[in-house]
Design a protein around this ligand. Structure first.
Ligand SMILES: [Cu+2]
Length: 162
């Protein structure tokens, strides 16, 4: 009796596992599935290097859903941050304040999420649920000593979610 029950449970579990795998992205192919990396429905992972002065993602687009950004600050000297902005504006044309830093409450942009002050050599991880659309990834540090906004120095890049 015990063995029979175990056998039944096993069959049920196998059926459940099959049902789960059938629900993955493979069941609903999209044109973007060919060009973007999306393992088993767990979302897309994007490596991003932050440096003076650029934001460099490993890919320029991701599939809508959970997108995990693995951030590394390569410096060489400055702490950086990482801000995900949803906008249809050009990466270099976001609204700015009097210092040249992006006005995160400005018109035409929506800050989705961010990681502040990543030290040189440090890493950070940020997972955001992104819907399809146009995004800009920036570092919005205003360096008071140097009197420079990292955004103005070039720390911005366009990113597309399909
Ligand atoms: Cu920066």
């Amino acid at each position: 009796m015990t063995t029979k029950l175990a056998g039944r449970l096993g069959a049920l579990l196998a059926a459940a596992a099959f049902a789960l795998s059938a629900c993955g992205p493979a069941a609903t192919p999209s044109p973007s599935a060919v060009t973007t990396f999306s393992p088993g429905g767990e979302g897309t992972t994007v490596d991003v290097t932050l440096q003076e002065f650029a934001v460099v993602p490993s890919v320029a687009s991701a599939t809508a859903g959970d997108v995990t950004f693995n951030l590394t600050n390569s410096g060489p000297d400055d702490p950086h941050e990482f801000v995900i902005i949803k906008t249809d504006l050009d990466a270099g044309a976001l609204p700015t304040d009097e210092n040249g830093a992006v006005d995160e409450a400005g018109e035409g942009i929506e800050v989705i999420d961010e990681v502040e002050e990543i030290e040189v050599g440090a890493t950070a991880e940020l997972t955001a649920t992104l819907e399809a659309g146009n995004y800009v990834l920036i570092c919005n540090i205003w360096d008071e000593d140097e009197q420079e906004a990292h955004y103005q120095k070039g720390m911005h890049t366009a990113f597309t979610v399909n």
